[in-house]
Design a binder for this molecule. Sequence first.
Ligand code: APR
Length: 231
Amino acid sequence: MSTIVILTGAGISAESGLETFRADTGLWAKHRVEDVATPEGFSRDPALVTGFYNERRRLAAAARPNAAHRALARLEAEYDGEVLVVTQNVDDLHERGGTQNLIHMHGGLNTALCAACDHRWPAPAKMHAGDACPACSAPAARPDIVWFGEMPYQMDRIFDVLGRAHIFAAIGSSGNVYPAAGFVAEAARAGAHTLEINLEPSSVGAQFDEALLGPATQTVPAWVDSILRGA
Ligand code: APR
């Protein structure tokens, strides 16, 4: 059975109105990564970090999946093989666009995590620093986001599927953050055909066999049509 692995980044949600990270007006132009996306930043100022993710949760809830998210769901439903989406994004637009076989390797806005006992539960719209864990009652609730310096989720499963990929596509990612930026090399080692679908070549663009440049809401549906046509 043929396997397609698709890595997505912030660029696939850009046309849904959610900011990317490294654009000139992006999230990292407005916030210091070390303040809002590291465990040290959280322990230094949990209220600031919790507020940052409350705002991103609010914006994600107000956003809608776009044609690129929906095209990937159509691919999963109609392709005669396995399709796995591995997203770096913490919004839920893939789920709401219909994708089911999905890994959030950097966590998600809609889950809360207990820093004391690792319990997870649906995040309220607004979390507050010191919220109690519903399982162990410790005042240790945190956003279930993988911060810099922490281990992304389900890496074993991701590398297992990459090892048998026939096609690997990276969509809307700048290729600046590992381990995700290393997935193309892993897929190529397995003999997969690799393509990058992005506004412009990423930092690892040269490692791909093929590039489709342009806005994801145009390039992704066209690519999915070509796959389902057997082109
Ligand atoms: N269509 C396609 N690609 C787009 C679009 C669009 N409409 N808009 C932007 N892009 C591309 C940009 O050209 C860029 O290459 O999406 C990419 C977004 O890159 P980043 O902002 O760096 O986001 P991402 O690659 O997802 O960041 C990876 O870094 O900060 C951490 O944990 C965070 O998951 C994030 C990780």
